[in-house]
Design a protein around this ligand. Structure first.
Ligand code: HMG
Ligand code: MG
Length: 320
């Protein structure tokens, strides 16, 4: 770490601890052109757990015609080692998906709506209102089975088809999902066009409808603002964030969007702010190196790159 001195207490107004939901195995891999073998997904999840990650979105139970990359969700859930304290979740768009997720012994499921009508149509082939109606029996059945439900709202800071999205519309969909019984609502900047001020305004609108403790930030990093948006959200009092190791990912129905904010970058930010994550950064960076090598590309995490450069420098010095 740089010797700027980590804070032992978080700065004023910042949470003492954050919950990080690792979405790399799902959001990170759903958009890959070539199918990522099940064994690689299972090994990635094992390495993430070794790094201390305890919330993992492992799969999607969606139509394999729509998202072929996630067709092996049942095999991934069957292949992973279950550890005490680690929660595995999966996306479910309808009852068929929920039944598959329950059969696969998911600890949690997530339904996904949007704040943009056009995105809703492109992503799940129905209007926002129809999606909410579709989720009613999904949430009821999941809760009856003792499985908690998370809700997603996409396009909270912009839509690839409609442009600007009114924070009031985001807040309305957020409130609806919360009323349905979703215990946590993840606010997705699907196309990564958000900026800190817009982020704070959007969170404020949602927090007028739903307790702030039930809101999570899900920032894609297309325009390089994701870490800045996380910091703005922390200052707003938000303490739950989604991220993907190595910054992998994107949404198949969001043209041009890149991966989520890299988990390594958020962990470093939180470490430096004195905010506890429970995650070991070097071990996490190794999990990132593993998936980057498997995908045959460099990591998108600036922090992981800096760590790699530091290790290489130290090795050169030791050899000299
Ligand atoms: P549809 O075509 O309207 O559905 O798609 P349908 O009910 O007419 O069914 C069509 C076919 O799909 C049928 O098969 C169904 O059995 C099958 P056929 O009879 O033709 O052989 N099917 C399923 N198969 C497996 N599992 C299921 C399932 N449901 C139907 N659950 C549907 C509607 C919602 C199914 C489709 O649009 C879909 O699967 N969409 C998923 C899109 C997706 O996964 N997008 C990426 C995730 S969202 C995201 O990344 C954003 C997020 O990260 C937050 C952010 O960044 O903003 C969460
Ligand atoms: Mg996403």
């Amino acid at each position: 770490m740089p010797d700027t001195g980590m804070l032992s207490q978080p700065g004023p107004g910042l949470p003492a601890r954050v919950k990080l939901v690792e979405v790399g195995p799902r959001d990170g891999l759903q958009n890959e052109a070539a199918f990522v073998p099940t064994a690689i997904k299972v090994e990635l999840i094992r390495r993430l757990m070794d790094a201390g990650i305890t919330w993992i979105e492992a799969a999607s139970f969606v139509s394999p015609k729509w998202v072929p990359q996630m067709a092996d969700g049942a095999q991934v859930l069957a292949g992973i080692e279950r550890r005490d304290g680690v929660v595995f979740s999966a996306l479910v768009p309808n009852l068929k998906g929920l039944d598959a997720a329950l059969a696969a012994r998911c600890d949690e499921v997530a339904v996904f709506a949007a704040a943009s009508e056009s995105f809703s149509q492109k992503n799940i082939n129905c209007s926002i209102a129809e999606s909410i109606e579709r989720f009613v029996p999904v949430v009821e059945k999941a809760l009856a089975a003792g499985v908690r439900v998370r809700g997603y709202v996409s396009c909270v800071l912009g839509c690839p088809f409609e442009g600007e999205i009114d924070p009031a519309q985001v807040a309305a969909v957020t409130a609806r999902l919360h009323q349905l019984g979703c215990y946590e609502i993840s606010l997705g900047d699907t196309i990564g066009t958000g900026t800190p001020l817009k982020t704070r305004r959007m969170i404020e609108a949602c927090a007028n409808e739903v307790p702030l403790t039930a809101l999570a930030g899900h920032f894609h990093d297309t325009w390089g603002m994701a870490a800045a948006n996380v910091y703005a959200a922390l200052q707003s009092g938000m303490a739950i964030f989604d991220s993907s190791v190595s910054g992998i990912g994107g949404c198949p129905y969001s043209p041009g969007a890149t991966g989520n904010v890299a988990t390594e970058d958020i962990v470093y930010l939180c470490d430096e702010l004195g905010i506890e994550t429970g995650i070991d950064l070097p071990a996490l960076a190794e999990a990132g190196s593993f998936i980057s090598a498997a995908l045959q590309r460099d990591t998108s995490s600036r922090v992981a790159r800096a760590l790699q450069a530091r290790i290489a420098r130290a090795a050169r010095l030791a050899a000299a």
